[in-house]
Design a protein around this ligand. Sequence first.
Ligand SMILES: Nc1ncnc2c1ncn2[C@@H]1O[C@H](COP(=O)(O)OP(=O)(O)O)[C@@H](O)[C@H]1O
Ligand SMILES: [Mg+2]
Length: 333
Amino acid sequence: MTAVLKVTDLHVYFDTAAHVVRANNGVTLEVHEGESLGIMGESGCGKTVLFLSLLHLQQPGRIVKGSVVLDGRDITRLGESEMERIRGRVVALVPQNQATALNPAYTVRQQLEEALAIRRRGGALGRLVRSGPDVSTDTTEELRRVFEDLGFEAGPILERLLRSYPHQLSGGMRQRVLVAMALLMRPRLLIADEPTTALDRAIKAQSLAALKRVRGALTMLVISHDVEAISTTCDRVAIMYGGRVIESGPCADVLSQPRHPYSQLLLAAQRRTRGEPLATVAAETLNLIDFPRGCPFQPACPRTMPACATVTPSEYATDDAMVACHHYSRGGV
Ligand SMILES: Nc1ncnc2c1ncn2[C@@H]1O[C@H](COP(=O)(O)OP(=O)(O)O)[C@@H](O)[C@H]1O
Ligand SMILES: [Mg+2]
């Protein structure tokens, strides 16, 4: 399997006036061609810092250690002008604040045509499985095809949507336009950071349905604290705690039978609250400034043992899964 993105031991720190905040503490993960990887964890665990660091967008954050490799190229220390190209061409995002991501002065059709024009100028390296190669260069036809992928039949409703300005659309519709835009640009990797946060239930369902349809067509990284968003849109999931991936594997296994004590608590809390309000398990006990020795989850862990306080757990990996916990040091429990 080809890795589109490979992050190895990434450490990202912030220098504040009084302290150094260790927001990412050795993130390691891979996203393979055509797969959708979910990054899950409660607020403050370092998900957004990770995503912004991949694109060098977190200005005050410092990559202290580790590497980010995109399509075999190490982009960890690229200069700003080269990163600009990477950001525009290779990685598209569905931003958290979808209300402001579209330009209010242009119709949906104009914005989608612009996305298409960017790709045709050589902006995209990706390949869309469902729509296939560029058989037709006809713009209208391509727009129709992308919306068909998203569940819209060609007809008066689609025509009205294309003529609309962003403010005339519902939140769910704007999300789908953004997803359509991403599909038209065919990025190598689509990163969606909290795509469903701040959306009400009905809109969230529409938004997840759109992302679910994209699954398999694009390589995706979906960041969310919400188990429903992850299980609907992802093949594999990586659970983060304290700026590190502490467990990963196929969604079907990790979400139903988590192995790390933190994952177990997080998923149990999510089941109780059904994801809303945000389940908090151990965010307060973590200190990113005086970062603890040993396992960062040790102070809150119900299954702690002596080694946990002194030795940082290694990543114990099987074929398709990983857990960083001393309980699994001999493949056990
Ligand atoms: N600019 C910054 N300066 C200092 N600390 C920051 C900055 N941005 C984020 N952090 C800290 O890094 C940690 C991870 O934040 P973030 O990645 O936004 O979490 P989340 O998983 O909720 O997306 C948090 O403790 C946050 O306070
Ligand atoms: Mg975040």
